[in-house]
Design a protein around this ligand. Structure first.
Ligand code: HAM
Length: 425
């Protein structure tokens, strides 16, 4: 029988890499805290209708990319392809807006889309995201976009570009959709097959195509910015002005339409410009979705804005940090594993060091001293604490400082204090 392998497009994050993930998560939590966002954790699967109604039945995500399955013959569930719909469901289900007029939530977690795997594109991937509910103002949009760029900069990423656009309100979108269909229909045969199918399903998405057959046709298409009504226009101008005030460099791109149907007014995307991501260069994106609550059955509409950033892509784009090993010690025992007095004393010493907050390594196989020392060295231990029969009988420990090779025999309590003192240097 062949050994098991992971599901295509789903990755293991091994301990060598997980330190970078943890650092990213810490940076995200720190920035969220500074901007007043609090973490929500929702389930990784939901009833499928949440996504088909929320994200839109004509989108690629709902049509082709969802992992759906029967919940023991009861209802159909889907692994979440994104975090926004589930967070809105949770806001509604828990009546959160009745208690606070403006709610700021953030999340970190795995999302699932059955896409063709490539560098930066996986079937299980992670997003960090934020959502603000209850604030219709352009200031909310601008502050949220600024938060995204702050976080990206905190990761050390400098080569990126912010693209912004407005999709207007529902009226604008419907009018613009008609204008696009009128424009592309006579050109149908010249479009790529994918865009031909989008012409029926989701014509705005033709603007997103990177196919060389579509590019010249897109260039002459009507611009959504010309279809905005006065209120939409004023909102968008205010967002752009505030971004300029906040020193968030941005380019207005009227072809930016996003792959989810719930957006109204402002949309944005942050693109890596270093070239390290290849074709999957979107670090993240988001926008305003003032109609999603209504579409999901809420009694009233709730203004909302948010974004999601792909963790794998951020890590591909971010510079490698300088490896910095934390302080640790190793406890070694001059005894074979069957000498329970000495091995017990070694385990107890490590336990007491750990209880005082020290990272202490023990090779519990208690093989030769030589190999215990080699392992301590490999793990970067600053000191090795040695216990043999004579130390245990005397209640003492031999402490060897690795940098100098110096060895001193100390009473057990003093040896622990010496380690604590060395750690705080
Ligand atoms: P999205 O643009 O579909 O938006 O995804 C956001 C980011 O997730 C992408 O820009 C990308 O970095 C990452 N991503 C998406 N699919 C994959 C994949 N297959 N493999 C690796 N990374 C991927 C949303 O999901 C919206 N919920 C964002 C949002 C929040 N809008 C409002 N609030």
């Amino acid at each position: 029988m062949a050994p098991p392998i992971a599901v295509t497009g789903m990755n293991d994050i091994l301990p060598g890499e997980s330190a970078r993930w943890q650092a990213l998560e810490t940076a995200f939590r720190t920035v969220c805290d500074r901007y007043g966002y609090r973490e929500v954790r929702t389930p990784v699967c939901e009833y499928v209708e949440l996504f088909s109604r929320g994200i839109g039945g004509g989108t690629d995500i709902v049509q082709k990319e969802m992992y759906t399955f029967d919940d023991r013959g009861e209802r159909t569930l889907a692994l979440r392809p994104e975090g926004t719909a589930g967070a809105v469901r949770a806001v509604l289900e828990h009546g959160v807006l009745a208690k606070e007029p403006v709610v700021r939530w953030c999340y970190i977690g795995p999302m699932f889309r059955a896409e063709r795997p490539a560098k930066g594109r996986y079937r299980q991937f992670y997003q960090v995201g934020v959502e603000v509910y209850g604030d219709p103002s352009p200031a909310a949009d601008a502050e949220c976009i600024e938060l995204a760029t702050r976080f990206i900069r905190d990761l050390g990423i400098t080569d990126f570009k912010v693209r912004v656009n407005s999709l207007g309100g529902e009226g604008t979108r419907a009018r613009y959709r008609d204008a696009l269909v009128a424009y592309f229909t006579p050109l149908r045969e010249q479009l790529s097959p994918e865009s031909q199918s989008r012409l029926e399903r989701n014509p705005l998405r033709i603007l997103d195509s990177k196919d060389p057959r579509d590019i010249p046709l897109k260039a002459a298409a009507p611009s959504i910015l010309d279809a905005l009504d006065a209120d939409d226009r004023a909102h968008f101008d205010a967002v752009c002005a505030l971004l300029t005030t906040l020193e968030v460099a941005h380019v207005v791109d009227p072809t930016l339409v996003r792959g989810l149907d719930y957006y109204t007014r402002t949309v944005f995307e942050i693109v890596d410009t270093s070239g390290s991501l290849g074709a999957q260069d979107a670090l993240g994106g988001g926008g305003r979705y003032d109609r999603l609550f209504l579409n999901l059955g809420a009694d009233a509409s709730v203004p909302a804005f948010g974004f999601g950033l792909g963790v794998e892509r951020l890590l591909l784009s971010a510079p490698e940090p300088v490896a910095r090993k934390g302080f640790s010690v190793a406890v070694v025992a001059a005894a074979k594993g069957d000498n329970l007095t000495v091995t017990g004393a070694a385990l107890a010493l490590a336990r007491d060091l750990r209880a005082r907050g020290v990272t202490a390594h023990v090779d519990t196989r208690f093989v030769s001293m030589k190999s215990q020392f080699r392992r301590a060295d490999d793990l970067g231990a600053a000191a090795v604490l040695i216990l043999g029969d004579s130390e245990v009988q005397a209640g003492e420990v031999t402490v060897k400082t690795m940098a100098t090779g110096e060895q001193t025999r100390l009473p057990r309590a003093q040896a622990i204090e010496a380690v604590l003192a060395a750690r705080s240097v």
